[in-house]
Structures are given as C-alpha cells and as structure tokens.
Design a binder for this molecule. Sequence first.
Ligand code: AMP
Length: 148
Amino acid sequence: MNVAAILKAKGRDVATAPSTSTVEAIARQLAERRIGAIVVIGHDGPSARGVVLGIISERDIIRGIATRGAACLSEPVSSLMTRQVVGCRENEGLDVVIAKMTAGRFRHLPVLEDGELVGLISIGDVVKHHIAEVEMEATALKSYLVSG
Ligand code: AMP
C-alpha cells in the first residue's frame, strides 16, 4: 500500500492558511476542523494551490503560549510555524512515510508532486491503513493454511 491509496480513501482536501493569518485564527481553524496541523501557503509561484511555506501544528501553538505567553496568539502564524517542511510523494510506501514521521517526530506529512500540494496524511491515516494491510495479510495466510 502507498500514499496514493490513503488519499484515494480520505480525499485530497488540505487545510491551509496564508502566512499572515494570526495564531489565534489558526487555533480556531484547528478546533473547528478537529485537526492537528495546517499547511501555510504563499501564492507567489505558478501553482494554483500555492507554494508550501511552512506547517503549524497544535504543538507549536502550545509551545508558543508556554514560552511567549498568550500574546503570541495575535502574532502571524509565520512566527511559530516550522519552515523546513518534510513532504512525501504519492508513490511512497507506508514503511517510508512511517520512517519519516518517526525520524522527524511529527504526525503530519504534506503530499507534494512537482512542488504542488496534492494532499496531506496524518499518523492516524497511516496507522489505520497499516492495520488494514496487516489484517488482510493475516486473513490470506489463514485461508492458505486452512486450504493446505
Ligand atoms: P505534529 O506531531 O505534526 O503535531 O508536529 C510536531 C512538530 O513538528 C511541530 O513543530 C510541527 O510544526 C512540526 N511538523 C509537523 N509536520 C511536519 C512536517 N511534515 N515537516 C516538518 N515539520 C513538521
């Protein structure tokens, strides 16, 4: 199974925001959409969906409040976001994306094709599909053993 299979099941909608959004607006968007991260985009390039400038997760906001106080809520998201975004491609397997998330200690991976944002997968999506894959393999093995 690969990233494309996950996107086929969950869709390609990605929660995005411009870098001028306030941290408070981002927090509201995270709560309303019940998600953990938002991709920050700019519209300088040729891509209709914009270029990825960074990613902000609930962890960045908690860290911002803990170190800088509630005043950070009125700052632009660019002050708290992570700029070095690690992405993945549709043809990458689950083992590869699990390794990226584990090594980077993050739970979200934007899916990029030729620099274009085409989706986002979370650790929850990956675990769900990984379990389904393992269960399918176990069922196939059991029926092989029974038929043998
Ligand atoms: P998360 O586990 O996704 O809540 O993110 C934990 C930290 O990693 C936060 O500082 C995020 O901004 C950052 N982060 C999340 N996803 C990525 C990613 N794909 N590439 C780089 N940093 C990320």
